[in-house]
Design a protein around this ligand. Structure first.
Ligand code: AP5
Ligand code: MG
Length: 223
């Protein structure tokens, strides 16, 4: 079977990974696989994983590598995501997770790793105004609210502030980004698949920048 785009998206908390992934997954017709959304859904359904993960997530701490890696591997096996393509959001988030992914899916199979570059001051502002649907996790903000009274446009769920969008948790998540996730930029630069994208600007403008970078990577693969 011809492989669709195999993509990873990186970026600080609030850089717009989730927002861009929804649009990219539609554009390339590939599933959006978000470790954060999967974990939040486990928390909401009170699964054993969700019960274990909730306190760490609320505090902005990372979930242990082995647990998240197993969760993602299981997801990649569903609907043959590996052969049809996918976009990974929030995973990998540590070098150890990236290595586990490389052991699972050959590193030279990835088409592009998009790094959404957004300054700290901008992400802090975006996180403070973010609101999400507690049922389907669609992302909104106080400046881009749902059409009707904080009711999700997509599923009718209640649109609320995320439990980890508190000042304390945001600072901890950004601290962990610098320590654990930033090294992935070097990791994927060395693998020659990193695409730095300016993540500041209207969402459609950022989308166009990403599509241009991804299309040129896909063209290289086909040539
Ligand atoms: P996760 O859900 O991945 O959260 P995060 O990393 O903190 O990233 P965010 O979702 O906060 O940011 P985003 O870049 O998706 O921004 P968004 O599009 O929403 O992880 C949550 C937790 O789960 C972690 O802290 C950890 O505990 C655990 N976890 C998850 N994965 C893990 C892993 N691999 N290993 C270990 N633990 C893991 O946008 C933000 C706001 O900005 C929105 O309001 C949006 O409307 C707005 N916005 C977006 N784009 C623009 C734009 N261009 N202009 C203006 N506003 C915009
Ligand atoms: Mg997100």
């Amino acid at each position: 079977m011809d492989t669709g785009a195999l993509l990873v998206i990186l970026g600080k908390q609030g850089a717009g990974k989730g927002t861009q992934c929804v649009m990219l997954s539609r554009y390339y017709a590939i599933p959006h696989i978000s470790s954060g959304d999967m974990l939040r859904s486990n928390v909401r359904q009170k699964t054993p994983l969700g019960i274990k993960a909730k306190a760490a997530m609320d505090a902005g701490e990372l979930i242990p590598d082995e647990i998240v890696t197993e969760m993602i591997k299981a997801r990649l096996l569903q609907d043959s995501a590996i052969s049809t393509g996918f976009i990974l959001d929030g995973f990998p988030r540590t070098v150890s997770q990236a290595k586990a992914l490389d052991d699972y899916i050959l590193p030279n199979k990835f088409d592009a790793v998009i790094n959404l570059d957004v300054p700290q001051a901008v992400v802090l502002k975006r996180l403070a105004s973010r609101r999400v649907c507690q049922d389907c996790q669609a992302v909104y903000s106080t400046s881009m609210p749902p059409k009707v009274n904080w009711t999700c446009d997509i599923c009718g769920g209640e649109v609320v502030q995320r439990d980890d969008d508190t000042e304390e948790s945001i600072l901890r998540r950004l601290e962990l980004y610098d320590k654990e996730t930033y090294p992935l930029i070097d990791y994927y630069t060395k693998a020659n698949i990193l695409k730095n994208i300016n993540g500041v600007g209207a969402t459609e403008v950022v989308l166009k920048r990403s599509i241009k970078a991804i299309d040129s990577a896909l063209k290289l693969r086909k040539d």
